[in-house]
Design a protein around this ligand. Structure first.
Ligand code: FAD
Ligand code: DHB
Length: 397
């Protein structure tokens, strides 16, 4: 079956779904294909913290209603180390900017609902996704739909929004890509717990036995993370052991970490990865398909959304107005912000995690940096400016 669309989109994660929504606002037609089921995409536990630029973009995309109602706005974070907990005040340091807790699962639900209500072509449970002809002006997206029919869609451009393990990046010639990569010698064990958060704002904690983060999803649900060894097996972490380790790392006189049922737990490896350029011919990469950051500082989802704001403009110019300039600038525009976030995530990770070597010199350097951040306005401003989102692309609907 041969069909036609303006933009073929691979992947219905936050990047692919938001791109399809933003293009629709510009009157541009797209087809989104996704290997997983709708239920799986809507339940996959991942990020939860949005920069103010991400919140503004989701509002402009017409999916801000529930976010505005249910999102939890935070004006800062706590840094805990050497038995003390210090506050970093973003409102004061970053010109009034804040961040918002709203789970990636909810963003995906809102976007799928909006696309479905608009009658968009959104195909779940596809297989055999292929991309062809990216060096021509009419690239082709092929896939087998859930009912077994094979489809061939002629496109003006294809957006690879299929995450780190997708097929889009490998569809570019290997010689055209430069890859920078770093693996970290630790991982994050994340839990979702059915207990009200024990804190009003997030706590990033450096402890001699490893990093811990207290985040949240709703006023009734907490999200907590523990540094564990790379390659650690989740079976080695029964619920009692997780709570005992969280209690040990967060311990502070006069403060209590409330425990509750663990609703979900998983271990995420940590890596930094950047593939450049983010475009080859008529194939454009966005989000995790092009870059991965370690989770410390919550940049992964925000980077994906910002890429898409730039890409929607670039594709509008290319396929609707016949202008090449913004598409030609797409990769360089994104990579500037991607490298800033890559540095920030590496820096936050290195400052807060205990390396398996237990190097005492490293420990002193980390503690010195943390004391500097919590006593110098200049140092704290750097953290606040990056955490709340630096270099946000302009979006006008
Ligand atoms: P994805 O969300 O990965 O979406 C890609 C989509 O493409 C998926 O739905 C996938 O099924 C689909 N796909 C893949 N291959 C194909 C194919 N061949 N054909 C069709 N579809 C395909 N970031 C944070 O900021 N904080 C966190 O706490 C955090 N935790 C994370 C935990 C985990 C386990 C992971 C993997 C990531 C985490 N991230 C976190 C990162 C953040 O969730 C990602 O940066 C974000 O999901 C990127 O969105 P995306 O749309 O680019 O990619
Ligand atoms: C969350 C994840 C992060 O990596 C982070 O730095 C802050 C919050 C979260 O999942 O809520």
């Amino acid at each position: 079956m041969t069909e036609r669309t303006q933009v073929g989109i691979v992947g219905a994660g936050p990047a692919g779904l938001l791109l399809s929504q933003l293009l629709a606002l510009r009157g541009i037609d797209s087809v989104v294909v996704e290997i997983r089921s709708r239920a799986y995409c809507e339940a996959r536990q991942r990020a939860g913290l949005l920069e103010s630029g991400s919140v503004d973009l989701l509002r402009a995309a017409g999916v801000g209603k529930r976010l505005d109602r249910e999102g939890l706005e935070h004006g800062g974070i706590y840094l805990q180390f050497s038995g003390e907990r210090r506050h970093i005040d973003f409102r004061d340091l970053a010109g009034g900017r804040t961040v918002t807790i709203y789970a990636q699962t909810e963003i995906v639900k809102d976007l799928i609902e909006a696309r479905t209500a608009a009658g968009a072509a959104l195909e779940f449970e596809v297989s055999g996704t292929e991309i062809d002809g990216i060096d021509t002006r009419r690239p082709v997206l092929r896939y087998t739909a859930a009912d077994g029919t094979r489809h061939e869609v002629a496109c003006d451009a294809i957006a690879g929004c299929d995450g780190f393990h997708g097929i889009s990046r490998p569809a570019m010639p290997a010689r055209a890509l430069t890859v920078h990569e770093r693996a970290y010698p630790y991982a994050w064990l994340g839990i979702l717990a059915g207990v009200p958060p024990s804190t009003d704002e997030l706590i990033y904690c450096r402890h001699d036995t490893g990093f811990a983060l207290h985040s949240m999803r709703t006023p009734q649900v907490s999200r907590l993370y523990l540094q564990v060894d790379a390659g650690e097996n989740i079976a080695a972490w029964p619920d009692d052991r997780i709570w005992a380790e969280l209690q040990r790392r967060f311990a502070l006189p006069g403060w209590e970490l409330k425990e509750g049922p663990i609703l979900e737990k998983s271990i995420t490896p940590m890596r930094s990865f950047v593939a450049a350029p983010m475009r080859h011919g008529r194939l454009f990469l966005a989000g995790d398909a092009a870059h991965i950051v370690p989770p410390t500082g919550a940049k992964g989802l925000n980077l994906a959304l910002a890429d898409v704001a730039v890409l929607a403009d670039a594709l509008t110019a290319l396929v609707r107005d016949g202008r090449d300039g913004p598409a030609d600038a797409y990769s360089a525009t994104c990579l500037d912000r991607v490298w800033r976030a890559t540095h920030f995530s590496w820096w936050m990770t290195s400052m807060l995690h205990v390396p398996p070597s237990g190097d005492p010199m490293e420990a002193q350097l980390q503690l010195s940096q943390l004391r500097y951040l919590t006593t110098s306005r200049a140092a704290a401003t750097t953290l606040a400016e990056n955490y709340t989102g630096y270099l946000w692309p302009r979006w006008s609907s």
